[in-house]
Design a protein around this ligand. Sequence first.
Ligand code: SF4
Length: 387
Amino acid sequence: MRVSYSALNDYKTCPLKFKYKNIDKIGEPENAERVFGNLVHDAAEFMFSPNPLYPTLDEIINRFNKNFDEKKSKNGEIKLDDGLREEGIRIIKNFYKKNPPWNYNVLDLESRFEVAIEDNSLNEPCVLTGVIDRFDKLDENTYEIIDYKTGKKLPSQDDIDRDLQMSIYNLGLIKRWPHLKEKKIKLSFYYLKHGEKITTSRAEKDLEETKNKIVNLIKDIKQKERENNFPATPTILCNWCGYQNICPMWRHLYKKEETPNEAEIQQIIGEYLSIKSGETKSKLRIEELKQKIHEFMDSQKIDRIFGESGYITRTIKSTPVYDPEKLRQILEPLGKWSELLEFDDSKLSEIMEFLPPQTKEDINKAIVKTKETKTLTASNKKSIRET
Ligand code: SF4
């Protein structure tokens, strides 16, 4: 199995997206965000490519404009407007000003790597692949991996310290150039929109942990493949997913015109949402009213109040709170303790995350069947089709 970091990332964010792209091999349609990201990445790569001299700022902007025009004419449906062009030029100018290329010792650009993931529990050879945007030598003992980001979000240092992408890149770098194992490797994300670089590093034990995480992810993927179970996982990231028009979470939005009984279902949706929204408002108001009623009863030292349309009674019930350890000591010798503890699968999924891989595997083997629960959640937000 060959898997790239971006495929693993897709799997973590939405298993169905991973399946569309990596198993069904359905090419992800372009969107403005991705096209823009690629154009800016290309400009940043060009900026550090001497031929034999480094390109001037004008040459970089000309290349960006030329590529932008080409993409715009090819992708009529994608909204590459002039606002996006201006944003790209602003980013390139700032990046050039802050990072004159002749000040850096760039060793490689778009550096490809492959890492064999060896683990006895994987039944086939697995190779992890990736591409590092830029790799610099800072001094005799210090090197730096740089990955460009064009998104708006600036993550926290904590997020970066735990980021899987950089751990994988660090592994890939050492695999490609093993002598760098002894050197200091800085791992930096450069957020081009903000002109901010956030740097982290990994110790050897972090890299071992990364390998375990990858093994677990690969096993998870293999298991899902056997069960043919790649659930759609809608999040805010759906806004940038090119598979919306085939995904069961979004397809209806794109194919309304073709759905049978559409008029009837529209009426049902309207009624359901309106009742649900009334229910939520009522629940909130009930809580407010309860609060006021309790306050009034407390102030008057009464437990029943009367109105024109009826009366409200308050009953007070005291429930004991036990010390679980003492309770266990009393009930266990009588063989009644286990009867008291009911199995709670939601608690199990909470602790799963913190269990060692082997224990997780043993627990997974104890699954006898999966039960399906269908839940409806409602949103009053209007959804707009991308195209
Ligand atoms: S649209 Fe959202 S839920 Fe559907 S495949 Fe893409 S990321 Fe997953």
